[in-house]
Write a protein that binds this ligand. Structure first.
Ligand code: PXP
Length: 246
């Protein structure tokens, strides 16, 4: 079943504002100030990833974001007891479960929901019982989506990294995987989000997939903010998304 034109939400990931702050160890630039600017520029949500090594966002940032921002907070986290405790203490609007390896520079692939179901099921249940909307970050593969549905996660976020990194015919193939996975997610009753690696030159074909209702974008926007300012960078992304969706 195909969907009519739904609004496409933009979640702005502010992790790398914290990366820059942490480079000097002080308080500037403040991720909360970035969240406020992103909100004023048209973001629909704020996303932050609390990593085990706290390389960018820290516990205090999550506490402040959960308390002080008006937009819904999407907390990206590994399904581990330490992070579950943080989520349940601060009750973000949503929690996106991601795989996490200490050695990786960024989240390199989606969760293995099929292989990790015994470990993921209790985490999904505890978050849901805490009133937090659970999303699973997955590669665009039907068996992963089917297992997400079986485990009771209401949302999946499709990993767009392979699509963004591919070129030529390979990028077309990766886009087709995203189109097929988004349609499958919708058909089995999952809300479908997407993100990772998106920039101005890759966002439109993903934004045009009607079954996707939210994109989470971080690194490119914060990088572009150095040149354009965050307000202008977010507005431009918002405009590209809206054009593609129209
Ligand atoms: N979605 C998820 C689940 C992520 O882990 C990340 C990276 O933290 C993003 C979206 C945003 O990716 P990027 O920073 O490359 O835009």
């Amino acid at each position: 079943m195909t969907t009519g034109k739904r609004k496409l939400r933009l979640g702005v990931n502010i992790d790398h504002v914290a990366t820059l702050r942490n480079a000097r160890g002080g308080r500037h630039p403040d991720p909360l100030r970035a969240a406020a600017i992103a909100a004023a520029a048209g973001a629909d949500g704020i996303t932050a990833h609390l990593r085990e090594d706290r390389r960018h966002i820290r516990d205090e940032d999550i506490a402040r974001l959960a308390r002080d921002i008006a937009l819904p907070l999407n907390l990206e986290m590994a399904a581990m007891p330490e992070m579950l405790a943080v989520a349940l203490a601060h009750k973000p609007h949503a929690a996106c479960l991601v795989p996490e390896k200490r050695s990786e520079v960024t989240t390199e692939g989606g969760l293995d929901v099929v292989g990790g179901r015994d470990h993921l099921a209790p985490a999904i249940r505890r978050l849901a019982e805490g009133g937090i909307r659970v999303s699973l970050f997955v590669d665009p593969d039907a068996p992963q989506l089917d297992m997400a549905r079986r485990l009771g996660a209401p949302v999946v976020e499709l990993h767009t990294g392979a699509y963004c990194e591919a070129a030529g015919a390979a990028r077309v193939r990766e886009l087709q995987r995203l189109v097929a996975a988004a349609a499958h997610a919708e058909a089995i009753g999952l809300e479908c989000h997407a993100g990772h690696g998106l920039g101005y030159d890759t966002v439109a074909p993903v934004a045009a997939i009607a079954a996707i209702v939210e994109l989470n974008i971080g690194h490119f926007l914060i990088g572009e903010a150095i040149f354009l300012g965050l307000d202008a960078a977010v507005k431009r992304m918002r405009a590209l998304m809206d054009e593609a969706r129209a």
